[in-house]
Design a binder for this molecule. Structure first.
Ligand code: HEM
Length: 472
């Protein structure tokens, strides 16, 4: 028997394969004629997926013009992402998102084209490179704290997006992004996020209907394209402000060089799309993660106290540096736990290349698998008190619970060959930024309830917090 037709345990703990035999179709959540569950799924995707999850570990439904199969079983997640990853591709549903953002970029490329791009880009993310980015991460965070006044109420989502975009462009592109350039990327991010929130509804509207959402998106992407062209031209001509550096090996230079070289699978269009991919993937995700982390810390004083104790003992009265990261265990637990409760990438999508048996069910080649990160990471079969913020579950003392849990009960960075290329960058950034912030400020919640929605990332809605400067 192949890995694909292994038996999985059903919600009641029954062995689906022996009880019902393989090759049944999964439970189905029926919807309305023609549009299926599109309206329900796009109105409140999180509630909808939660409702779907009560019907089994693999549940099909029709939405967005396609047959969807929601997956809540960590073993099946592992099969799709890791052990049988070759049998799956990103597929049409994911590509329709890709078309909105950067269709030729690494996140949507397949097969040999993807492999060559991944190899070419990997060199920007080696441990040595990340060590070199650490000071920027700390320095920009310290400057942000300087800008805040004591008792000021801040919308932290925006503040963190500006921060992470600054860190990203400095580290990966060797550029200082001024407010104007930052604004272009932020507007494009927001326009895409709104577009994706409405995506389900747009997919059942006739294509020619012009909507304000679509017009905003078109405008924002035109501005972003102009900015990207400007960046590439500046670097090609060596006219950008940092051009006096003798030899540059940042990601932007690598991309410009790749555009002319054979063997990378990147033409000019792909290079433009890589740049856009990294601008989005590299800042919105970490900004969202920071927003959730700080909001959770503000609501959990005991966790905050333990974090402060660790920072006092490891750092004393200095800022963190790269070499401290392995010693900041509790800080790492805080970040991992925030990524468990609020994974910025809340679901992954794949299509089988042909019909497969999955979790004991027959799944046709045109089905879109929705690997439900948000739901799996809050499933009480794998997590005690799943909705509670408990960073200590990541400590070495919690060993047994962690050992018993299936590996893919937690996958905020995906898994297998296509796992997040920026994972190490992101984890280093999150730990260093949280440590730098915590040394300088405390946050008090002004926004008590988050207004979660499925945008480009898991969107918390506006999050206001009062900043209290420490030691003032
Ligand atoms: C908390 C922060 C982040 C989270 C939660 C996150 C999550 C993810 C996930 C889940 C995937 C896999 C998508 C899939 O399999 O369909 C992914 C892919 C990717 N991420 Fe991240 N990411 C983060 C930060 C970053 C950063 C900082 C960068 C770049 C600097 C980045 C660049 C990428 C790229 C380029 C891919 C596509 C990789 C490929 O297809 O080979 N991400 N990310």
């Amino acid at each position: 028997m192949s890995d694909l037709d292994y038996a999985t345990r059903g919600a009641e703990g029954t062995d689906r394969e022996t009880e019902r035999g393989v090759a049944e179709t999964p439970p189905h959540r029926s919807g309305l004629p023609v549009v299926g569950s599109t309206v329900a799924a796009s109105r409140d995707g999180l509630d909808f997926t939660e409702e779907v999850s009560s019907r089994g570990d693999l549940v099909s439904y029709e939405a967005f013009g396609t047959e969807m199969l929601a997956v809540f079983d960590p073993e099946v997640v592992e099969t799709v992402l890791v052990s049988e990853n070759d049998a799956f591709e990103k597929g049409e549903f994911e590509m329709s998102f890709g078309d909105l953002v950067a269709p030729e970029g690494i996140a949507f490329a397949e097969d040999e084209r993807w492999r060559r791009q991944r190899t070419a880009l990997q060199s920007a993310f080696t441990p040595d490179k990340i060590r070199g980015y650490a000071d920027e991460m700390v320095g920009h965070t310290a400057a942000l704290c300087e800008d805040w006044g004591d008792d000021e109420v801040v919308e932290v989502g925006d503040a963190f997006a500006t921060l992470t975009l600054r860190i990203l462009t400095r580290a990966l592109f060797d550029l200082d992004f001024d407010a104007e350039r930052g604004g272009v990327v932020r507007e494009a991010t927001d326009a895409i996020s709104v577009m994706m929130d409405r995506f389900g509804l747009l997919s059942v509207l006739p294509e020619w209907v012009p909507t304000p959402t679509e017009r905003r998106y078109e405008r924002a992407m035109a501005d972003l394209d102009a900015l990207v062209e400007e960046l590439l031209a500046e670097r090609e001509m060596g006219t950008d402000p940092g051009a006096d550096a003798p030899e540059r090996d940042d990601l932007l230079s690598l991309l410009v060089a790749a555009a002319d070289a054979d063997g990378t699978g990147m033409d000019r269009e792909a290079v433009r799309d890589q740049l856009v991919t990294f601008l989005f993937a590299g800042h919105e995700t970490t900004a969202t993660a920071l927003t959730y982390t700080c909001w959770l810390l503000a609501g959990n004083p005991a966790v905050r106290k333990r974090l402060d104790a660790e920072l006092d003992s490891v750092l004393g009265d200095r800022d963190p540096e790269f070499a401290d990261v392995p010693n900041l265990d509790y800080t790492e637990g805080v970040v991992k736990e925030a990524l468990r409760l609020y994974p910025p990438v809340y679901a992954l999508y794949r299509e089988p290349r042909e019909e497969v048996l999955l979790g004991g069910y027959r799944v046709s080649g045109d089905t879109t698998l929705q690997l439900a990160t948000y739901n799996v990471q809050r499933d009480d079969r794998w997590w005690d008190a799943p909705d509670e913020f408990r960073p200590e579950r990541w400590s070495s003392e919690a060993g047994k619970a962690n050992d018993d849990r299936p590996e893919y009960a937690y996958f905020p960075f995906g898994g297998g060959p296509r796992h997040c290329i920026g994972m190490r960058f992101a984890m280093t950034e999150l730990q260093l930024v949280v440590a730098t912030l915590a040394r300088r400020v405390e946050f008090e919640r002004v926004t008590d309830e988050l207004d979660l929605s499925m945008g480009l990332t898991l969107d918390p809605g506006p999050v206001e917090m009062r900043v209290r400067k420490r030691g003032e």
